[in-house]
Design a protein around this ligand. Sequence first.
Ligand code: UDP
Length: 485
Amino acid sequence: MAGLHFLLVPLVAQGHIIPMVDLARLLAGRGARVTVVTTPVNAARNRAVVDSARRAGLDVELAEIAFPGPGHGLPEGLENMDQLTEREHFLPFFQAAWSMDAPLEEYVRSLPRRPDCLIADSCNPWTAEVCARHGIPRLVLHCPSTYFLLAMHSLSKHGVHDRVADELETFEIPDFPVPAVANKATFRGFFQWPGVEGFQRNIAEAEATADGLLLNTFRDIEGVFIDRYAAALGRKTWTIGPMCASVGGLDAHARASRGNRPDVDAGIFVSWLDARPPSSVLYISFGSLAHLPAKQVVELGRGLEASERPFVWAIKEASSNADVQAWLAEGFEDRVKDRGLLVRGWAPQVTILSHPAVGGFLTHCGWNAALEAIAHGVPVLTWPNFSDQFSSERLLVDVLDVGVRSSVKVPAMFLPKEAEGVQVTSAGVEKAVAELMDEGPKGTERRARAKELAAKAKAAMEEGGSSYADLTDMMDHVVVLGRRQ
Ligand code: UDP
């Protein structure tokens, strides 16, 4: 594979850049030269990982292209979805992301030699024309689960979303390998909202003209969905995950800085966790985007307090929500100081999940979080918020049997006003945490199942494994595509 040059173009969101940088290291590990093309803020966030990979001898680099945000009325430096705090910035943000074709074009023109392949996030359809103009083969990386992709495909093919008027009306997902009753509130595409349907159409068109699709999953957890999805699309598909399983190859500093610099030094987490018994700690994180309503944060905090379990809580709302700050100021941290560690922002997630003291993960079910839990053998307490997260919950709890539900039913925006954003009371949190961390036969069985999946994830990514073989096959295909040019 030496001599192949890949350009990787992630969507500017944490859940998309992080797996793309993992992919860069995997490709470079097979001898390719890889350039991750992203904006200055996002390049800075990922530099520690790329530098570590380079020190290990991998031919990976970052290339910066401008984010056209200011041209769309966005403040300078707003370049990642997790920086979006104002509702009115959402549409301009995606319009700006969709205009990244111009800086990408300029970058491609500046290269001395045409790259052999461009791998674009599925949400970057604007890469298609640049590739077509320059004759660059193009693959598409899907970042959600294949469960979600297949569900969205079937719902769209059968026109279910058009037929069903009410957000909460239930329907059966057609042509689906497992029985699944859903509603529009919890099963909708990334851009299936009024006013942005054009983005969704662009994505479908760019997927249809790509030279193949990459899935960040593995056969042992999603084999039946992968086969159905590949057959339904009739496209060349490679299953190359869980890509997060490759983080073991990073040095400790880079692993802790994956995606961003942590807001509390990783060493503090490690020594705190070192002092705790194996599998005793619950880790709580809602990923990079989801923010809980203040009252729900308080109920969660009270539930954690009542659970009497040790926990590490990545509480973004502590820096973004004045009501949460006021509640914290009333002494929560002091009351739990012997067994609770809070990080008010970015946590070194894989450093935490890979520590043997961690025995449970209260997760928003982002697909990366789900894969990271699986790859590290940690059972989950599922608390989906929006988008594909409800699909991941189904897979984790109903199909893979490694999770317990928190009993969240809908995105907070669909709750009646009088609920004030609360779906899980402190008593509900306490009960669910006790169930997840239970040391009786059920909990033991769940933990064993999680460990079994972790072993399978590792095997899939090692030489001889299914994902390893698919990555090889994908790279061979790129060589063949190159000969056809
Ligand atoms: N992440 C992290 N620290 C945090 C929050 C998130 O390292 O405090 C990482 C997490 O490990 C995952 C990614 O950010 O790799 C988030 O992707 P995911 O699909 O889980 O959720 P999203 O943020 O897209 O909702």
